[in-house]
Design a protein around this ligand. Structure first.
Ligand code: ADP
Length: 480
């Protein structure tokens, strides 16, 4: 299968230019991995006011929008082998935050349309436009309606990746025509109406040639009412075009062999540095430097999604064992108060740090023995993958990407890389912690679990190949 497809990745954010979540990591890393596989890939995103680099590429690009043509300019620079284009229109994107504005749907509808106009002007036929979340949800809608008779896009397919199903990109139904879409797109089977307003995400789900989300398990879960954010029936309708592809890890940033944030480097072949990391971490948190005692870590935004209520319910039970506990968390006052009080009452066994601290996140991944991630839902999750790479055994709830990446350890086959539980129940989490602590006291078994995790490949190379398969499939569907 030839790989020299021309791919455009359209996103509202991409590392290193703008980031509010995992979408930016994917938009920054996936194109580089695709370029390595031989794709001709470019990224296009808005030019926010913080983006000062690049050079002017097109001065006045006219984009039909809101009953008229509205001009933007296009800026350009290269990230390694990957060209990146920026849509510059100050009235929409020179703001103090990426999202949260009254006219968000309009801003990104414009962006979506500008992407199509720009590539048409560039004049190199595109095989696949890869859209991301609600912000580019209307792009496939424009393509399959306003541009149906445009020969330039006759062989262009689209895919939509859902990173966050919670945001639907809502706007008033009256804006459908304002955005330059036909009024027939308001209602009906192919309409954008969703709970009495219009949804950009719904547009993307209906009109893209394939939909992906960030893990296999999550692709199944979002088709159920429990995880579907009311989009489940729509996603069930499209289930044959919906697939899960796990996000990769930036293995230049998260790799104990070369990590600059940690006290000593180590690898699967020589784990001795890990004990040095543990020693330093215990010191860092003012805990007794007793390296034989198991050390359990958590790094997380402190939100309900991450399972803090479960951890709190069994915290005393955890401290009855001989384990110590460290937390790096940011977010919620009530959780913060609880864990601060816990630290105050058990300073010999509990360490806490509230706030965002990337170096400390690396040090915890390297220095702990066990990592907890009992999320209620988790589309992909990164920390459990970092834990596996750093030889820190994860205990997770079997949901989304956690279920895809963590395999229960099987003592008979000596297979598996961690421990997971199924129902969102504190007693099940505790059961797994007990099981892990038993294994921790059996050095040969523990070493096996650690090595099973450390020898897996979580790099973007693996995920990029799967995206490439999807691109070929949709390309085949629209015809060559
Ligand atoms: P989510 O995107 O839902 O927050 P993930 O596990 O996918 O969860 O990714 C979280 C990322 O944010 C990881 O890179 C993790 O190390 C980092 N992170 C979360 N909280 C903190 C914090 N308080 N300090 C430093 N890094 C954090």
């Amino acid at each position: 299968m030839s790989t020299n497809l021309r791919i455009v990745l359209a996103a509202s954010e991409a590392v290193p230019y703008a980031k509010t979540g995992g979408l930016a990591d994917v938009a920054g890393a996936l194109p580089k991995a695709l370029a390595k596989l031989g794709c001709d890939v470019s990224i296009i995103m808005p030019r926010y006011s913080n983006i000062k680099t690049g050079s002017l590429f097109i001065e006045n690009l006219s984009v039909p929008f809101a009953y008229k043509t509205k001009n933007c300019s296009i800026w350009y620079e290269k990230q390694g082998d990957v060209p990146i284009y920026f849509v510059d229109i100050p009235e929409y994107f020179w703001r103090d935050s990426l999202y949260g504005h009254r006219d968000d749907a309009e801003r990104f509808a414009y962006f979506s349309r500008a992407v199509l106009e720009f590539y048409r002007q560039l004049g190199q036929p595109i095989d696949v436009i890869h859209c991301n979340d609600w912000m580019t949800g209307l792009l496939p809608v424009y393509l399959r309606t306003n541009y149906t008779h445009d020969g330039f896009f006759a062989h262009t397919a689209t895919i939509l990746t859902i990173h966050n199903l919670a945001f639907h990109g809502m706007f008033g139904l009256d804006a459908v025509t304002y955005f330059g879409l036909g009024s027939y797109l308001m209602y009906g089977e192919k309409g954008l109406e969703f709970s009495n307003v219009a949804s950009s995400l719904k547009g993307g789900i209906l009109y893209s040639d394939a939909i992906t989300t960030v893990s296999k398990r999550y692709a199944e879960e979002i088709q159920t009412p429990e995880y579907g954010f009311k989009m489940d029936s729509l996603l069930r309708q499209r289930r044959y075009s919906l697939i899960g592809i796990l996000n990769g890890v930036d293995v230049e940033e998260w790799n104990p062999v070369i990590d600059k944030h940690i006290a000593a480097n180590y690898s699967a072949n020589d784990l001795s540095g890990k004990e040095i990391c543990k020693r330093e971490l215990l010191k860092r948190f003012g805990l007794p430097v007793d390296v034989k005692r198991p050390l359990i870590g958590v790094i997380s935004r402190m939100t309900d999604q991450k399972g803090f209520d479960l951890i709190m319910k069994i915290m005393n039970r955890i401290l009855e064992t001989n384990a110590s506990f460290v937390l790096l968390g940011s977010g919620s006052d009530s959780y913060e108060r609880y864990f601060q009080a816990l630290r105050d009452s058990r300073p010999d066994r509990v360490g806490v740090y509230f706030g965002f601290n990337n170096s400390l996140a690396h040090q915890i991944e390297a220095g702990c023995d066990i990592f907890l991630m009992p999320s209620s839902y988790e589309p992909c999750g990164l920390n459990q993958m970092y834990s596996l790479i750093y030889g820190t055994v994860p205990i997770v709830r079997a949901t989304g990407g956690l279920d895809d990446t963590v395999i229960n350890f099987d003592r008979v086959r000596m297979e598996g890389n961690g421990f997971k539980f199924y129902d969102y129940k504190a007693e099940q989490l505790l059961e797994r912690i007990y099981e892990a602590l038993i294994a921790y006291n059996e050095p040969e078994i523990w070493r096996r679990i650690i090595l099973n995790g450390m020898t897996e490949d979580f790099s973007w190379d693996v995920s990029a190949k799967k995206y490439l398969d999807v691109y070929h499939t949709v390309k085949h569907h629209v015809g060559n």
